[in-house]
Design a protein around this ligand. Structure first.
Ligand code: PMP
Length: 458
Protein backbone atom coordinates (compact mmCIF):
# COMPACT_ATOMS: atom_id res chain seq x y z
CA UNK A 1 0.00 0.00 0.00
CA UNK A 2 1.39 3.44 -0.84
CA UNK A 3 0.90 6.64 1.09
CA UNK A 4 -1.55 7.92 -1.55
CA UNK A 5 -4.13 5.59 -0.02
CA UNK A 6 -4.11 7.70 3.15
CA UNK A 7 -5.70 11.09 3.71
CA UNK A 8 -3.63 13.93 5.21
CA UNK A 9 -5.56 13.55 8.45
CA UNK A 10 -4.77 9.82 8.60
CA UNK A 11 -1.07 10.41 7.92
CA UNK A 12 -0.96 13.07 10.63
CA UNK A 13 -2.63 10.71 13.09
CA UNK A 14 -0.20 7.90 12.33
CA UNK A 15 2.70 10.37 12.52
CA UNK A 16 1.51 11.49 15.95
CA UNK A 17 1.00 7.92 17.13
CA UNK A 18 4.37 6.51 16.10
CA UNK A 19 6.92 9.04 14.87
CA UNK A 20 9.19 11.03 17.18
CA UNK A 21 10.64 13.96 15.23
CA UNK A 22 14.07 15.57 15.70
CA UNK A 23 14.36 18.90 17.60
CA UNK A 24 10.66 18.92 18.38
CA UNK A 25 8.37 19.74 21.27
CA UNK A 26 6.28 16.61 20.98
CA UNK A 27 3.34 17.97 22.93
CA UNK A 28 3.16 20.99 20.64
CA UNK A 29 3.52 18.94 17.45
CA UNK A 30 0.76 16.56 18.46
CA UNK A 31 -1.61 19.47 18.93
CA UNK A 32 -0.70 21.07 15.59
CA UNK A 33 -0.08 18.02 13.36
CA UNK A 34 2.82 17.97 10.92
CA UNK A 35 2.98 19.36 7.41
CA UNK A 36 3.52 16.42 5.09
CA UNK A 37 5.76 17.06 2.09
CA UNK A 38 5.09 14.52 -0.61
CA UNK A 39 7.17 15.50 -3.63
CA UNK A 40 9.52 18.11 -5.00
CA UNK A 41 10.78 19.41 -8.32
CA UNK A 42 13.54 21.91 -9.10
CA UNK A 43 13.36 24.65 -6.42
CA UNK A 44 9.84 23.71 -5.22
CA UNK A 45 8.44 21.35 -2.61
CA UNK A 46 4.80 20.22 -2.61
CA UNK A 47 2.74 19.21 0.42
CA UNK A 48 -0.02 16.64 0.61
CA UNK A 49 -2.60 19.37 -0.04
CA UNK A 50 -0.91 20.27 -3.31
CA UNK A 51 0.56 23.57 -2.05
CA UNK A 52 3.66 24.63 -3.99
CA UNK A 53 6.33 26.12 -1.72
CA UNK A 54 9.63 27.65 -2.84
CA UNK A 55 12.26 25.93 -0.71
CA UNK A 56 14.41 28.70 0.78
CA UNK A 57 16.31 26.22 2.96
CA UNK A 58 17.37 23.61 0.35
CA UNK A 59 15.78 20.95 2.55
CA UNK A 60 17.99 21.37 5.58
CA UNK A 61 20.88 23.28 3.97
CA UNK A 62 21.61 20.34 1.70
CA UNK A 63 19.73 20.08 -1.62
CA UNK A 64 22.22 22.26 -3.50
CA UNK A 65 21.39 20.94 -6.98
CA UNK A 66 17.63 21.16 -6.39
CA UNK A 67 15.04 18.41 -6.57
CA UNK A 68 14.09 15.96 -9.30
CA UNK A 69 17.56 15.10 -10.60
CA UNK A 70 17.04 11.84 -12.46
CA UNK A 71 20.74 11.26 -12.92
CA UNK A 72 21.21 10.98 -9.15
CA UNK A 73 18.40 8.43 -8.93
CA UNK A 74 19.96 6.54 -11.84
CA UNK A 75 23.43 6.57 -10.26
CA UNK A 76 21.93 5.05 -7.10
CA UNK A 77 19.95 2.48 -9.07
CA UNK A 78 22.95 1.36 -11.12
CA UNK A 79 25.15 1.07 -8.05
CA UNK A 80 22.50 -0.80 -6.06
CA UNK A 81 22.20 -3.38 -8.81
CA UNK A 82 25.94 -3.81 -9.21
CA UNK A 83 27.03 -3.66 -5.56
CA UNK A 84 24.56 -2.30 -3.02
CA UNK A 85 26.92 -2.62 -0.10
CA UNK A 86 30.28 -3.76 0.94
CA UNK A 87 32.36 -2.47 3.85
CA UNK A 88 35.72 -0.79 3.82
CA UNK A 89 36.98 -2.52 6.96
CA UNK A 90 39.48 -5.42 6.98
CA UNK A 91 41.64 -4.15 4.11
CA UNK A 92 38.70 -4.00 1.67
CA UNK A 93 37.52 -1.16 -0.51
CA UNK A 94 34.90 -0.60 -3.19
CA UNK A 95 35.34 1.60 -6.28
CA UNK A 96 33.05 4.57 -5.58
CA UNK A 97 34.53 5.77 -2.25
CA UNK A 98 37.99 5.43 -3.76
CA UNK A 99 37.09 7.66 -6.70
CA UNK A 100 35.16 10.08 -4.52
CA UNK A 101 38.09 10.47 -2.12
CA UNK A 102 40.35 11.37 -5.06
CA UNK A 103 37.81 13.85 -6.38
CA UNK A 104 37.44 15.52 -2.96
CA UNK A 105 41.21 15.78 -2.57
CA UNK A 106 41.30 17.64 -5.91
CA UNK A 107 38.60 20.10 -4.82
CA UNK A 108 39.83 20.73 -1.26
CA UNK A 109 42.58 23.19 -0.25
CA UNK A 110 45.92 21.83 -1.45
CA UNK A 111 47.18 20.54 1.90
CA UNK A 112 44.03 18.41 2.36
CA UNK A 113 44.23 15.07 0.57
CA UNK A 114 42.66 12.28 2.65
CA UNK A 115 39.05 11.41 3.40
CA UNK A 116 37.27 9.49 6.19
CA UNK A 117 33.65 8.72 5.32
CA UNK A 118 30.55 8.53 7.53
CA UNK A 119 26.82 8.98 7.03
CA UNK A 120 26.13 12.29 8.78
CA UNK A 121 27.74 15.53 9.83
CA UNK A 122 27.47 14.52 13.48
CA UNK A 123 29.32 11.28 12.84
CA UNK A 124 32.01 13.11 10.91
CA UNK A 125 32.55 15.47 13.84
CA UNK A 126 32.83 12.49 16.19
CA UNK A 127 35.51 11.18 13.86
CA UNK A 128 37.23 14.57 13.80
CA UNK A 129 37.32 14.83 17.59
CA UNK A 130 38.69 11.31 17.98
CA UNK A 131 41.17 11.80 15.15
CA UNK A 132 42.79 14.99 16.46
CA UNK A 133 43.17 13.48 19.91
CA UNK A 134 44.61 10.31 18.37
CA UNK A 135 47.00 12.48 16.34
CA UNK A 136 48.45 14.17 19.41
CA UNK A 137 48.71 10.83 21.24
CA UNK A 138 50.68 9.45 18.27
CA UNK A 139 52.88 12.53 18.45
CA UNK A 140 53.65 11.61 22.07
CA UNK A 141 51.51 14.40 23.52
CA UNK A 142 48.33 12.71 24.83
CA UNK A 143 47.77 15.56 27.30
CA UNK A 144 47.35 17.96 24.35
CA UNK A 145 43.65 17.07 24.07
CA UNK A 146 41.59 20.17 24.82
CA UNK A 147 39.34 21.48 22.05
CA UNK A 148 38.25 25.10 21.78
CA UNK A 149 34.89 25.81 20.17
CA UNK A 150 32.44 28.73 20.22
CA UNK A 151 29.25 29.49 22.12
CA UNK A 152 26.19 28.87 20.01
CA UNK A 153 28.10 26.68 17.54
CA UNK A 154 26.26 23.71 16.04
CA UNK A 155 28.33 20.59 15.40
CA UNK A 156 25.65 17.90 15.49
CA UNK A 157 23.49 15.93 17.88
CA UNK A 158 25.58 12.93 18.90
CA UNK A 159 27.20 13.16 22.31
CA UNK A 160 30.45 14.43 20.80
CA UNK A 161 28.61 16.76 18.40
CA UNK A 162 26.55 18.23 21.23
CA UNK A 163 29.67 18.63 23.38
CA UNK A 164 31.60 20.35 20.60
CA UNK A 165 28.61 22.57 19.86
CA UNK A 166 27.90 25.56 22.04
CA UNK A 167 24.12 25.40 22.41
CA UNK A 168 23.21 25.68 26.07
CA UNK A 169 19.79 24.01 25.95
CA UNK A 170 21.44 20.99 24.30
CA UNK A 171 24.19 20.90 26.94
CA UNK A 172 21.57 20.98 29.70
CA UNK A 173 19.85 17.87 28.36
CA UNK A 174 23.14 16.07 27.80
CA UNK A 175 23.86 15.70 31.51
CA UNK A 176 27.61 15.43 31.10
CA UNK A 177 29.61 16.42 28.06
CA UNK A 178 32.73 14.89 26.53
CA UNK A 179 35.47 16.33 28.76
CA UNK A 180 38.00 18.98 27.81
CA UNK A 181 35.96 21.09 25.43
CA UNK A 182 35.68 24.83 26.11
CA UNK A 183 33.67 27.53 24.36
CA UNK A 184 34.65 31.10 23.56
CA UNK A 185 32.74 34.06 22.11
CA UNK A 186 31.32 33.90 18.59
CA UNK A 187 32.25 36.44 15.92
CA UNK A 188 28.83 38.06 15.78
CA UNK A 189 29.28 41.79 15.36
CA UNK A 190 25.57 42.74 15.29
CA UNK A 191 25.17 41.82 18.96
CA UNK A 192 28.69 41.73 20.33
CA UNK A 193 30.66 44.59 18.74
CA UNK A 194 31.37 47.49 21.10
CA UNK A 195 30.11 50.99 20.29
CA UNK A 196 32.49 52.51 17.75
CA UNK A 197 34.34 49.24 17.12
CA UNK A 198 34.81 48.56 13.40
CA UNK A 199 34.00 45.16 11.89
CA UNK A 200 37.69 44.61 11.32
CA UNK A 201 38.59 45.36 14.92
CA UNK A 202 35.74 43.24 16.20
CA UNK A 203 36.95 40.27 14.10
CA UNK A 204 40.41 40.56 15.65
CA UNK A 205 38.95 40.80 19.15
CA UNK A 206 36.80 37.69 18.60
CA UNK A 207 39.92 35.85 17.37
CA UNK A 208 41.81 37.05 20.43
CA UNK A 209 39.27 35.13 22.55
CA UNK A 210 40.66 31.96 20.96
CA UNK A 211 44.21 33.00 21.84
CA UNK A 212 43.18 33.81 25.42
CA UNK A 213 41.65 30.35 25.83
CA UNK A 214 44.82 28.70 24.48
CA UNK A 215 47.05 30.72 26.80
CA UNK A 216 44.79 30.11 29.79
CA UNK A 217 44.86 26.33 29.31
CA UNK A 218 48.51 26.29 28.28
CA UNK A 219 49.25 25.56 24.59
CA UNK A 220 50.70 22.16 25.55
CA UNK A 221 47.16 21.18 26.62
CA UNK A 222 45.27 22.41 23.53
CA UNK A 223 44.71 20.03 20.62
CA UNK A 224 42.57 22.06 18.27
CA UNK A 225 40.13 24.84 17.57
CA UNK A 226 36.87 23.99 15.76
CA UNK A 227 34.45 26.35 14.06
CA UNK A 228 31.87 26.69 11.31
CA UNK A 229 33.32 29.24 8.85
CA UNK A 230 29.87 30.84 8.91
CA UNK A 231 27.71 29.72 11.84
CA UNK A 232 24.62 28.16 10.31
CA UNK A 233 22.04 26.79 12.76
CA UNK A 234 23.18 29.44 15.24
CA UNK A 235 21.76 32.12 12.94
CA UNK A 236 23.92 32.57 9.79
CA UNK A 237 26.51 34.55 11.70
CA UNK A 238 29.09 35.81 9.24
CA UNK A 239 32.45 36.74 10.76
CA UNK A 240 34.33 39.85 9.65
CA UNK A 241 36.98 39.03 7.01
CA UNK A 242 39.69 39.72 9.64
CA UNK A 243 38.57 36.81 11.84
CA UNK A 244 39.62 33.58 10.14
CA UNK A 245 43.12 34.56 8.98
CA UNK A 246 43.80 35.74 12.54
CA UNK A 247 42.44 32.51 14.06
CA UNK A 248 44.65 30.57 11.64
CA UNK A 249 47.70 32.65 12.63
CA UNK A 250 46.98 32.04 16.33
CA UNK A 251 46.53 28.28 15.82
CA UNK A 252 49.87 28.07 13.99
CA UNK A 253 51.62 30.21 16.61
CA UNK A 254 50.63 27.83 19.43
CA UNK A 255 50.76 24.63 17.35
CA UNK A 256 47.03 24.05 17.68
CA UNK A 257 45.17 22.21 14.88
CA UNK A 258 42.51 24.11 12.94
CA UNK A 259 39.27 22.19 12.36
CA UNK A 260 36.56 23.63 10.12
CA UNK A 261 33.00 22.37 10.18
CA UNK A 262 31.80 22.92 6.62
CA UNK A 263 28.72 20.71 6.85
CA UNK A 264 26.68 23.69 5.63
CA UNK A 265 29.27 25.82 3.84
CA UNK A 266 30.86 23.01 1.79
CA UNK A 267 30.22 22.33 -1.90
CA UNK A 268 29.55 25.75 -3.27
CA UNK A 269 27.32 27.59 -0.83
CA UNK A 270 29.84 30.41 -0.24
CA UNK A 271 30.86 30.75 -3.90
CA UNK A 272 33.89 28.46 -3.56
CA UNK A 273 33.96 24.69 -3.17
CA UNK A 274 34.77 25.24 0.49
CA UNK A 275 34.52 28.31 2.70
CA UNK A 276 38.16 27.68 3.66
CA UNK A 277 38.89 29.01 0.17
CA UNK A 278 36.52 31.97 0.60
CA UNK A 279 38.39 33.00 3.77
CA UNK A 280 41.85 32.02 2.47
CA UNK A 281 42.78 29.53 5.17
CA UNK A 282 44.32 26.03 5.22
CA UNK A 283 42.63 23.90 7.90
CA UNK A 284 43.83 20.54 9.24
CA UNK A 285 40.37 18.96 9.04
CA UNK A 286 37.19 19.89 7.16
CA UNK A 287 33.92 18.25 8.18
CA UNK A 288 31.50 17.94 5.25
CA UNK A 289 28.15 16.23 4.64
CA UNK A 290 24.78 17.50 3.38
CA UNK A 291 25.45 18.97 -0.10
CA UNK A 292 28.08 16.30 -0.81
CA UNK A 293 25.12 14.31 -2.16
CA UNK A 294 22.69 17.25 -2.23
CA UNK A 295 20.85 15.22 0.42
CA UNK A 296 19.87 12.48 -2.05
CA UNK A 297 21.76 9.97 0.13
CA UNK A 298 23.13 10.25 3.68
CA UNK A 299 26.89 10.70 3.44
CA UNK A 300 29.61 12.64 5.21
CA UNK A 301 33.27 13.10 4.44
CA UNK A 302 35.83 14.27 6.94
CA UNK A 303 38.61 15.78 4.85
CA UNK A 304 41.95 15.32 6.57
CA UNK A 305 45.02 17.48 6.06
CA UNK A 306 48.50 16.21 5.21
CA UNK A 307 49.93 16.88 8.64
CA UNK A 308 47.54 14.51 10.42
CA UNK A 309 47.56 11.96 7.58
CA UNK A 310 51.36 11.81 7.54
CA UNK A 311 51.50 10.94 11.24
CA UNK A 312 48.79 8.29 10.89
CA UNK A 313 50.72 6.61 8.10
CA UNK A 314 54.22 7.03 9.53
CA UNK A 315 53.50 6.06 13.14
CA UNK A 316 50.95 3.36 12.35
CA UNK A 317 48.84 1.61 15.00
CA UNK A 318 45.13 1.00 14.57
CA UNK A 319 42.71 3.91 14.88
CA UNK A 320 39.85 2.14 16.68
CA UNK A 321 37.00 3.95 14.99
CA UNK A 322 34.67 3.47 12.01
CA UNK A 323 31.10 3.04 10.89
CA UNK A 324 29.39 0.18 9.05
CA UNK A 325 28.37 2.59 6.31
CA UNK A 326 31.73 4.39 5.98
CA UNK A 327 32.26 4.75 2.24
CA UNK A 328 28.82 3.37 1.38
CA UNK A 329 29.02 2.46 -2.34
CA UNK A 330 25.58 3.83 -3.25
CA UNK A 331 25.96 7.09 -1.32
CA UNK A 332 29.40 7.62 -2.88
CA UNK A 333 28.06 6.91 -6.39
CA UNK A 334 25.39 9.56 -5.83
CA UNK A 335 28.00 12.01 -4.50
CA UNK A 336 30.13 11.57 -7.63
CA UNK A 337 27.10 12.23 -9.85
CA UNK A 338 26.15 15.22 -7.71
CA UNK A 339 29.62 16.74 -8.01
CA UNK A 340 29.35 16.21 -11.79
CA UNK A 341 26.18 18.31 -11.84
CA UNK A 342 27.66 21.09 -9.70
CA UNK A 343 30.69 21.20 -11.98
CA UNK A 344 28.88 20.87 -15.31
CA UNK A 345 26.37 23.59 -14.46
CA UNK A 346 29.02 25.90 -13.03
CA UNK A 347 27.00 26.36 -9.84
CA UNK A 348 29.93 27.40 -7.66
CA UNK A 349 30.96 30.20 -10.03
CA UNK A 350 27.38 31.24 -10.46
CA UNK A 351 27.02 31.75 -6.70
CA UNK A 352 30.25 33.70 -6.57
CA UNK A 353 29.76 35.97 -9.56
CA UNK A 354 26.05 36.16 -10.21
CA UNK A 355 23.42 34.89 -7.76
CA UNK A 356 25.45 35.53 -4.57
CA UNK A 357 25.98 39.25 -5.27
CA UNK A 358 22.42 39.57 -6.62
CA UNK A 359 21.02 37.92 -3.47
CA UNK A 360 23.00 40.36 -1.27
CA UNK A 361 21.75 43.33 -3.28
CA UNK A 362 18.14 42.12 -3.22
CA UNK A 363 18.21 41.69 0.57
CA UNK A 364 19.75 45.13 0.95
CA UNK A 365 17.44 46.94 -1.46
CA UNK A 366 14.16 45.17 -0.84
CA UNK A 367 14.24 43.87 2.72
CA UNK A 368 16.66 45.90 4.84
CA UNK A 369 14.46 49.01 5.11
CA UNK A 370 11.42 47.20 6.45
CA UNK A 371 10.29 48.33 9.88
CA UNK A 372 10.72 44.85 11.39
CA UNK A 373 14.25 44.35 10.05
CA UNK A 374 17.30 45.21 12.15
CA UNK A 375 19.92 43.87 9.76
CA UNK A 376 20.25 41.75 6.62
CA UNK A 377 23.45 39.91 5.80
CA UNK A 378 24.54 37.24 3.38
CA UNK A 379 27.55 35.40 2.03
CA UNK A 380 27.13 33.47 -1.21
CA UNK A 381 23.70 31.88 -0.95
CA UNK A 382 23.39 31.97 2.84
CA UNK A 383 21.42 34.82 4.30
CA UNK A 384 19.88 36.14 7.49
CA UNK A 385 17.29 38.75 8.43
CA UNK A 386 17.23 40.03 12.02
CA UNK A 387 13.73 40.75 13.32
CA UNK A 388 13.50 43.65 15.76
CA UNK A 389 10.85 45.78 17.43
CA UNK A 390 12.96 48.94 17.05
CA UNK A 391 15.43 49.39 14.18
CA UNK A 392 17.39 52.17 15.82
CA UNK A 393 17.92 50.63 19.25
CA UNK A 394 17.90 47.02 17.99
CA UNK A 395 15.40 46.16 20.72
CA UNK A 396 13.82 42.75 20.15
CA UNK A 397 10.20 41.70 20.62
CA UNK A 398 9.24 40.12 23.91
CA UNK A 399 9.51 36.34 24.13
CA UNK A 400 12.63 35.23 22.26
CA UNK A 401 11.84 33.84 18.83
CA UNK A 402 8.13 34.63 18.96
CA UNK A 403 8.22 37.40 16.34
CA UNK A 404 10.38 35.40 13.94
CA UNK A 405 7.91 32.51 14.10
CA UNK A 406 5.12 34.91 13.10
CA UNK A 407 7.18 35.99 10.06
CA UNK A 408 8.06 32.39 9.22
CA UNK A 409 4.45 31.21 9.34
CA UNK A 410 3.37 34.02 7.02
CA UNK A 411 6.26 33.21 4.68
CA UNK A 412 5.27 29.56 4.45
CA UNK A 413 1.62 30.50 3.90
CA UNK A 414 2.85 32.87 1.15
CA UNK A 415 4.76 30.05 -0.54
CA UNK A 416 8.30 30.37 0.81
CA UNK A 417 9.90 27.88 3.18
CA UNK A 418 12.40 29.56 5.45
CA UNK A 419 13.55 29.01 8.97
CA UNK A 420 13.54 31.02 12.20
CA UNK A 421 16.22 30.54 14.82
CA UNK A 422 15.77 32.83 17.77
CA UNK A 423 14.77 36.14 16.19
CA UNK A 424 16.76 35.53 13.03
CA UNK A 425 15.18 34.47 9.73
CA UNK A 426 17.46 32.20 7.76
CA UNK A 427 17.77 31.47 4.06
CA UNK A 428 19.96 28.85 2.43
CA UNK A 429 18.42 28.10 -0.96
CA UNK A 430 19.46 25.54 -3.57
CA UNK A 431 22.33 26.82 -5.73
CA UNK A 432 20.09 26.49 -8.80
CA UNK A 433 18.19 29.62 -7.79
CA UNK A 434 18.32 32.27 -10.50
CA UNK A 435 17.87 36.03 -10.26
CA UNK A 436 14.18 35.44 -10.99
CA UNK A 437 13.87 32.95 -8.12
CA UNK A 438 15.57 35.44 -5.79
CA UNK A 439 13.09 38.14 -6.89
CA UNK A 440 10.18 35.78 -6.24
CA UNK A 441 11.55 34.88 -2.79
CA UNK A 442 11.90 38.58 -1.95
CA UNK A 443 8.29 39.25 -3.02
CA UNK A 444 7.18 36.59 -0.56
CA UNK A 445 9.45 37.80 2.24
CA UNK A 446 8.10 41.36 1.88
CA UNK A 447 4.55 40.04 1.98
CA UNK A 448 5.32 37.97 5.10
CA UNK A 449 7.00 40.93 6.81
CA UNK A 450 4.03 43.20 6.03
CA UNK A 451 1.56 40.68 7.43
CA UNK A 452 3.73 40.06 10.49
CA UNK A 453 4.01 43.81 11.10
CA UNK A 454 0.22 44.02 11.27
CA UNK A 455 0.09 41.10 13.73
CA UNK A 456 2.90 42.37 15.92
CA UNK A 457 2.03 46.07 16.02
CA UNK A 458 -1.76 45.69 15.53
N1 PMP B 1 27.74 20.59 11.68
C1 PMP B 1 27.04 21.61 11.18
C2 PMP B 1 27.72 22.91 10.94
C3 PMP B 1 25.69 21.44 10.87
O1 PMP B 1 24.98 22.47 10.39
C4 PMP B 1 25.09 20.18 11.07
C5 PMP B 1 23.63 19.91 10.72
N2 PMP B 1 22.82 20.97 10.52
C6 PMP B 1 25.87 19.15 11.60
C7 PMP B 1 27.19 19.38 11.89
C8 PMP B 1 25.29 17.80 11.88
O2 PMP B 1 25.02 17.13 10.71
P1 PMP B 1 23.97 15.91 10.71
O3 PMP B 1 22.63 16.48 11.05
O4 PMP B 1 24.09 15.36 9.32
O5 PMP B 1 24.44 14.94 11.73
Amino acid sequence: MTYQNYSLKQLQQIDAAHHLHPFTDHKELREAGSRIITRAEGPYIYDSEGNEILDGMAGLWCVNVGYGRNELAEAAYRQMKELPYYNSFFKCSTPTPVLLAKRLAELAPKSVNQVFFGSSGSEANDTALRLVRHYWALEGKPEKNRIISRRNAYHGSTVAGTSLGGMEPMHKQLGGAVPNIVHVMMPYAYELALPGESDHEFGLRAAKAVEDAIVEAGPEKVAAFIGEPIMGAGGVKIPPMSYWPEVERICRKYDVLLMLDEVITGYGRTGEWFAAQSFGIEPDTITTAKALTSGYQPLSALLVGDRIARTLVEKGGEFYHGYTYAGHPVACAVALANLDIIEREGLVDRVKNDTGPYFAQALRERIADHRLVGEVRSFGLMGAIEIVRDKATRERFEGEGRAAVVVRDHAIASGLMLRATGDTMILSPPLIWTRETIDLACDRIVKALDLAEKDLFG
